[in-house]
Design a protein around this ligand. Structure first.
Ligand code: NAD
Length: 448
């Protein structure tokens, strides 16, 4: 079907108001949950084929998060959908004011390849829970998962959820359609292009982008635990995680010790030979494999299986490409620092990151880092865990994106907050009209 026809039908269906009711939203979420559970084994196979993800890792980082998001929406939706009364000003005596969260209409969701299930479905769930219809454009670089999404979601009427497969060309075409909202997850480079395209239609947009997320290890950190949690967050999905720590600054007093702990943790988590480990993912494709290989010499890798082992890169030149581009792979640059001020300056001189990680027990230091730096999120004494609670909004700032979602924040994102004011008929202040000779005096009395 032509894209224009899909969007026309979705908009027509939306205009009939069906998707706005609580019943319709819940029914769609229930149907989605059922379909995803029924096809769980197929999705696990697809994720294994696309990215070499083990079933446990895929369940933890993709499937389980999606189930939890659906459950969360079902549990809270009724409460969120209630109109919210707000106060009125002195000038609005006896009026009533409230806000209503209304859906935008037809939403376009564009998703990337690294968590191809979760990053397609979590925004979709938010859009559906908020009463919208959705056209999903999953990534062409995770073809098995995208095909499964296409097949499974085709059980829905296209007026409610439609999946369009394709690459940049198809996405560009889709963006010419009159969607009411665009939710994009992907690189900052493409994010800029998307923003340019949606600007043509003044289409509201959320951009969930990437960047280089710094990690700071202070001398008072629990080094063993820190190393284990860094090894988990950095090498999950072979480093292809938007919020993975990209590079690390370690206090020089504990630098050697932390490095040793990190080497031990890598061995504990991924074994002596990570290339043979079923629980260690692979690089998505040849192009990314080549890009990563070009950053460093001596990295252990297997070109046949596209597997690349964890690699610590000590003290690279900050102007080299590994420190200029988002790494998005298993290489972790390590620097030692003497003075925290230098680290904070380094971070602040660069584009605002999606996440920042800090390992410390010192609350004063924590407060200082939180106060002085800007990032989409911060996680203290762990990595990645800030993303997996539906109670925290997730999103970037500056170059790492705009807008956020997850849980209630998804409801906010995919709804327009409509202000309503109802005036009383029995009260009508005469002084506001131009015929009133008291107008100037009374207004000055009120506002001065
Ligand atoms: P990408 O920007 O290349 O592609 C994302 C989507 O945009 C895909 O569906 C793709 O088909 C489409 N696309 C690609 N080029 C396009 C173009 N010229 N015009 C229109 N659409 C186009 O990103 P990717 O390589 O799939 O994903 C990796 C990037 O995504 C990394 O930068 C990573 O940090 C970021 N990311 C961010 C988050 C987040 O939540 N903030 C999550 C995962 C990944």
């Amino acid at each position: 079907m032509e894209y224009s026809e899909i969007v026309r039908r979705q908009k027509e269906y939306f205009a009939g108001n069906a998707t706005k009711t609580l019943e319709h939203r819940l029914e769609t979420l229930r149907l989605l949950e059922g379909l995803l559970k029924k096809n769980e084994a197929h999705f696990l196979e697809a994720l294994e084929a696309d990215l070499g993800k083990s079933a446990d890792e895929a369940f933890m980082t993709e499937i389980g998060i999606v189930y939890e998001e659906i459950r969360f929406m079902k549990r809270h939706l009724k409460k969120w959908m209630k109109a919210k009364s707000v106060k009125t000003a002195m000038t609005h005596l006896a009026s009533k004011a409230w806000t209503i969260h209304e859906p935008y209409g037809a939403v376009l969701v564009i998703s990337p390849w690294n968590y191809p299930y979760q990053l397609a479905l979590t925004p979709l769930i938010g859009a559906i829970a908020s009463g919208n219809t959705v056209v999903l454009k999953p990534s062409e670089l995770a073809p098995k998962t995208s095909d499964m999404l296409f097949q499974v979601l085709s059980k829905f009427r296209e007026e409610i959820i439609a999946v369009v497969l394709g690459d940049a060309l198809q996405t560009t075409k889709l963006l010419q359609e009159p969607f009411d909202y665009c939710f994009f997850t992907g690189s900052s480079r493409v994010g800029k292009l998307i923003m340019g395209q949606v600007a043509e239609q003044l289409m509201p947009v959320t951009l969930e982008l990437g960047g280089k997320s710094p990690l700071i290890v202070s001398k008072d950190a629990d080094l063993k635990l820190a190393a284990k949690r860094v090894a988990f967050g950095k090498w999950l999905n072979a480093g292809q995680t938007c919020i993975a720590p990209d590079y690390a600054f370690v206090d020089q007093q504990v630098y050697d010790q932390f490095k040793q702990e990190l080497i031990i943790a890598i061995r504990e988590l991924y074994g002596e030979n990570p290339l043979e480990n079923k629980n260690y993912g692979r690089i998505v494709n040849q192009a990314h494999f080549k890009r990563l290989r070009s950053y460093v010499d001596g990295i252990q890798m297997d070109e046949q299986t596209l597997k690349m082992a964890p690699f610590l890169l000590e003290n690279p030149d900050p102007d080299s490409s590994v420190m200029q581009e988002e790494i998005f792979g298993p290489i972790l640059p390590l620097y030692s620092y003497q003075n925290l001020e230098d680290v904070l300056r380094f971070i602040k001189e660069r584009p605002k990151p999606l996440a920042l990680y800090l390992f410390t027990k010192n609350r004063e230091l924590e407060r200082k880092v939180l106060f002085e730096t800007s990032s989409g999120s911060v996680c203290v004494n762990d990595t990645l865990m800030q993303i997996s609670t539906p109670y925290l909004p997730f999103g970037g700032v500056g170059a790492s994106g705009m807008g956020s979602y997850h849980g209630y924040q998804s409801f906010e994102t995919f709804s327009h907050q409509k202000s309503v004011l109802r005036q009383p008929n029995w009260l009508d202040f005469g002084f506001r009209y131009p015929s009133s000779k008291w107008r100037g005096k009374i207004l000055r009395l009120i506002f001065k």
